[in-house]
Design a protein around this ligand. Structure first.
Ligand code: AMP
Length: 282
């Protein structure tokens, strides 16, 4: 596995592969890799000639009071995991290489970025779309792989690619969960044992909502109330950003049935923000 730290070298390397007729699969990450990330990595490995993974904790997508400084980092462990997965290139740029002192260009997907998580994390998706646009320009992938766990991110990135005519196919991969249902996330490392035990509430509440929908209950106001009650009953839950049933395309809250719906929630356990969602065919 080749480790590249300079955007120019990464771009030249990709160019060489493309000139030789190879396609490139790309998985952007912030590192501290778990099985969720590795499921994307394996898919990229299987479906492409060249597999590239980036690790970059992007400061621009964290708000001033968010966890950029304490975000878990494990470059050594990550490198070992990626070697085992037979990845061709690990791209690990420095912050100064990505954001030079005079950096002043941002990419913003309007409207859809302002819903759900966008309400509570202003500027977050602008940071995501800016860094993803940069990474796409540097890596020039054929396909890029994202996790359904970050559902809104997938919708926003697809819109970015469509609106800016990027010739990249976005592959959305299923959410990988711990045995008890908790969606894997680098941020789960922040949870102490009591918080970790209670954190399954988000999965339990989404499962219950999905089952209610599948059983034919169409009063989404009622389902939302049940979800809200279940979450607020947990003593370790310190806040609820949103919980409800949403339109998977527009991310607007739904009041009635559609052929596919998205129960989703974002909650706080102590100082840790957890998100999860499930796509339900009705
Ligand atoms: P992150 O390092 O958190 O920015 O995540 C990098 C990529 O991995 C994103 O596309 C995430 O959606 C995806 N990802 C994170 N957790 C999971 C998971 N539990 N299952 C599937 N994909 C995931």
């Amino acid at each position: 596995m080749e480790i590249i730290r300079t955007p120019r070298i990464m771009r030249d390397t990709s160019k060489g592969h493309i000139l030789r007729g190879k396609n490139i699969g790309f998985v952007p990450t912030m590192g501290s890799l778990h099985e969720g990330h590795l499921s994307l990595v394996r898919r990229a490995r299987q479906e492409n000639d060249i597999a590239v993974v980036s690790i970059f904790v992007n400061p621009v997508q964290f708000g001033p009071s968010e966890d950029f400084n304490r975000y878990p980092r494990d470059v050594e462990g990550d490198t070992e995991k990626l070697v085992k997965e037979d990845i061709d290139i690990l791209f690990m740029p420095d912050i100064t290489a990505m954001y030079t002192e005079d950096f002043s260009t941002y990419v913003e997907v309007e409207k859809i970025s302002e819903k759900l998580c966008g309400v509570f994390r202003p500027g977050h998706f602008k940071g995501v779309t800016t860094v993803v646009a940069k990474l796409f320009n540097i890596v020039t992938p054929t396909r890029a792989y994202f996790g359904q766990k970050d559902y809104q991110q997938c919708v926003v990135i697809k819109k970015l690619v469509k609106d800016l005519d990027m010739d990249i196919y976005i592959v959305v991969c299923p959410t990988i969960r711990e045995k008890d249902g908790l969606a894997m996330s680098s941020r789960n490392a922040y949870l102490d044992s009591t918080q970790r035990a209670a954190s399954t509430v988000i999965y339990r509440c989404l499962t219950e909502a999905s089952e209610m929908i599948k059983s034919g209950i169409i009063d989404f106001g009622h389902i939302k109330k049940v979800m809200h009650e279940r979450i607020s009953k947990e003593p370790v839950v310190s806040g609820i950003d949103y919980v409800g049933i949403y339109d998977p395309s527009t991310l607007d809250e739904l009041s009635g049935i559609k052929d596919e719906v998205l129960p989703a929630a974002a909650i706080w356990i102590g100082n840790t923000r957890l998100i999860d969602n499930m796509l339900v065919k009705t």
